[in-house]
Design a protein around this ligand. Structure first.
Ligand code: ADP
Ligand code: MG
Length: 304
């Protein structure tokens, strides 16, 4: 604890400087809300200090710290701590029920944990206190298995609609975009390999192409962290290979988390792999080390 005390001071100063952290008005004479504000602020300061401590010396982007989630007394996540570095492609694997989906739900604000914190680098806000919408606005984007593209609009229009500005303006033409926006879209079309299909209606794309388009739509929002849930489910072998190329291509410039059951796919993209088991990190490291780890073999026995 002594080692993190200087960070607590730093965190306290930082937090008290922020107007949103000022005590709420009308605390009145009851002092109850005042006390709860104090407690809340103290726990946030401690959480921030831990974040500083955990991420020191790393190029961290996201820190999940000591998160627990229970469902009817069953611990789906059990004091889970996970740090993602900027620009890394992290695969999260683990047998069914390991807590992978619950972890994604906590990071995106769909599930509020019983305890623990989530921080983005450079932001003192504990994301577990925010709504899903507020978290998305801070740049954490999640791609679900089922693609949700606008079927009756072209590939280009879909990407255009995904841009942070101009969203919802169906009439806007590509020509009306700024040159910066146009080149961002061109770049995305290149990344997702849909240059030739730019005028095609999204509804006419193959399953794989729709998935890539949706990845493109998330990229258009310039995410700080991109969470991708089982990207190759339902894909052909060729489509899965192409998806691997796209995700590997994003690493370096994007922080990407892939949750996937398909071990062959994980092997084809994996840099650092985190294996979850019973709501905890069982093993973390490079794929070759992880797949030969006896603990991993044991929990995966019969699965792969
Ligand atoms: P994974 O995605 O790794 O298969 P999950 O995060 O979906 O695992 O689930 C972890 C554990 O939590 C499982 O045992 C699951 O049954 C349980 N669980 C998940 N969501 C709920 C829920 N909403 N209510 C009750 N139990 C849940
Ligand atoms: Mg799941």
């Amino acid at each position: 604890m002594n080692r993190i005390l200087p960070q607590i001071d730093f965190g306290l100063k930082h937090l008290l400087e922020r107007r949103s952290d000022a005590p709420p008005p009308n605390t009145g004479s009851s002092g109850v809300r005042k006390a709860s504000w104090k407690k809340d602020t103290r726990s946030r300061v401690v959480a921030q200090a831990r974040y500083d401590h955990l991420t020191r010396g790393r190029r961290a982007q996201l820190c999940v710290d000591d998160v627990s989630v229970s469902f009817d007394g069953f611990r789906a996540l059990d004091e889970l701590t996970l740090i993602l570095d900027q620009g890394e492609l992290r695969c999260i694997i683990g047998p069914n029920g390991a807590g992978k989906t619950t972890l994604m739900d906590v990071i995106t604000g769909k599930t509020r944990p019983d305890s623990g914190s989530v921080f983005l680098v450079g932001d003192t806000t504990d994301l577990t206190h925010l709504s899903e919408h507020e978290i998305a606005r801070r740049g954490i984007c999640r791609k679900f298995q089922r693609p949700s593209v606008f079927q009756s609009h072209s590939v280009l229009e879909n990407l255009e609609l995904a841009l942070p500005v101009g969203r919802g303006v169906f009439q806007s033409l590509f020509a009306r975009l700024s040159s910066e926006q146009r080149s961002a879209i061109e770049q995305i079309l290149e990344i997702i390999g849909l240059k030739e299909e730019r005028e095609k209606r999204a509804g006419l794309l193959s399953h794989g192409q729709k998935q890539w388009l949706e990845i493109g739509m998330l990229l258009a929002q310039k995410p700080r962290v991109l969470l991708v849930d089982e990207p190759v489910a339902g894909m052909t072998h060729h489509e899965a290979e192409r998806t691997a190329e796209i995700l590997v291509g994003l690493a370096g410039t994007h922080t990407v988390v892939v949750v996937e059951h398909d071990m062959e796919f994980v092997r084809s993209i994996a840099q650092t792999v985190t294996v979850l088991h019973e709501g905890r990190v069982l093993v973390e490291g490079p794929m070759h080390a992880v797949q030969n780890d006896p603990r991993v073999i044991e929990v995966y026995l019969g699965v792969d």
